[in-house]
Design a protein around this ligand. Structure first.
Ligand code: FA5
Length: 341
């Protein structure tokens, strides 16, 4: 190898060994490979080389140039990795003894109110049941005395799935299965998420929670129904709440009622949360229709029963003074983490 090239190579490799920081590598690059760099100079020098040696000389310089470029790159990467490891080892290590910076989690207001209502009914001998969110037409409608093409289906704008099943529009969809599971006498509540293709506003969501309750036994009457509803509401609110019962039509109860409570957001004066009526539809209920009992395998000569469909989401709104139902599904931690318990 040409002596000059050989000397420059040795000098470069020595300097490269010594360099260990980003700035030092940049200096080396300028010193050897920059416009006025020493290796670049060798190339510029080509004209002064005898023509018969030029080819070999050019190849050697280019080889050195490539070696220098690759050498700088490799050592830079090694230095970067060393730096990173040192930083992780020294300064960015987790200190497991430090107090957590993560905010404490909280239960959703609907979970809180659901648990409260569950406890109240459990203390009165009701079992708590879980039921599917995807159900079939029979359970959601037909077993509830709502045959195909019955106009009552229009009250619940339903999300149908391509396989013919549907998203449960109300917790009543579990009545039939639970009657068949336990027979009579029976006391059960079954909370669940319901889905309807609703236009949303301050008191309507397309996804909301209800809690269904049924009690079937000998001699069950409307007075039992009223007693259980009143007990539940006075326990939940721990104060007097004005309620009103008015006739309501649901094909699966006879007679049927709408139980409304005086809006606790506006004190009954009217606001968007109660559609300016001062009352909020909270808990439709009634005496279970004999066709529904029969479909559930219950002896209608011996037993009667009541059912209710409590609007759990609305109950949470009233209990916690939440003005807009949409806040509850918003995932907005600012409003939801007030309920840390
Ligand atoms: C029903 O769903 C009946 N299955 C209830 C029932 C059960 C009646 C047993 C008789 C016997 P309704 O569609 O009215 O009824 O809904 C019941 C409650 O769910 C309402 O009073 C309301 O509190 C709540 N609810 C209904 N739709 C919505 C909605 N879009 N957003 C929030 N809550 C709703």
């Amino acid at each position: 190898m040409d002596n000059r090239i050989q000397r420059l190579r040795e000098q470069f490799l020595e300097n490269l060994q010594r360099a260990n920081a980003a700035e030092a590598f940049e200096e080396l690059r300028v010193q050897y490979l920059g416009k006025k760099g020493e290796i670049t100079g060798l190339l510029k020098n080509m004209a002064s080389i005898e023509p018969e040696r030029r080819k070999e000389y050019g190849a050697l310089v280019n080889q050195l140039k490539e070696e220098a470029e690759n050498g700088i790159k490799k050592r830079m990467e090694e230095a970067h990795a060393r730096e990173l490891n040192a930083r992780i080892a020294a300064t960015e290590r987790y200190d497991l003894t430090l107090p957590s910076m993560v905010r404490q989690g909280s239960y959703h207001p609907i979970t809180l109110v659901q648990r409260e209502v569950e406890q109240i009914f459990a203390s009165m001998g009701f079992t708590i049941e879980d039921y599917d969110e995807i159900v079939d037409d029979y359970h959601c409608f037909e077993a509830l005395n709502i045959p195909k093409h019955h106009p009552a289906r229009d009250m619940q704008d339903t999300y149908y799935l391509s396989n013919g099943q549907l998203l449960k529009t109300h917790t009543s969809a579990a009545q039939n299965a639970i009657m068949k599971k336990y027979g009579a006498p029976l006391r059960a509540i079954f909370p669940g998420r319901c889905f309807r293709n609703e236009s949303t506003d301050a008191c309507h969501e397309n996804t909301f929670f209800q809690m269904e309750g049924i009690m079937i036994d000998e001699n069950i009457s409307i007075s039992n129904l009223i007693y259980f509803m009143k007990t539940m509401l006075s326990e939940v609110f721990q104060r007097d709440v004005k309620v009103r019962l008015r006739p309501g039509f649901f094909p699966f109860v006879e007679p049927g009622f709408e139980l409304d409570i005086s809006c606790l957001i506006c004190g009954g004066e009217g606001c968007p949360s109660c559609k300016n009526s001062g009352w909020l539809e909270l808990c439709p209920c009634g005496m279970i229709h004999p066709n529904v009992l029969k479909a559930g395998g219950i002896d209608t000569e011996k037993y009667t029963g009541f059912a209710f469909g409590l609007g759990l989401t609305r109950l949470a709104m009233m209990k916690y003074g939440i003005k807009d139902i949409r806040d509850l599904n918003s995932g907005n931690l600012k409003s939801l983490d007030q309920f840390v318990k």
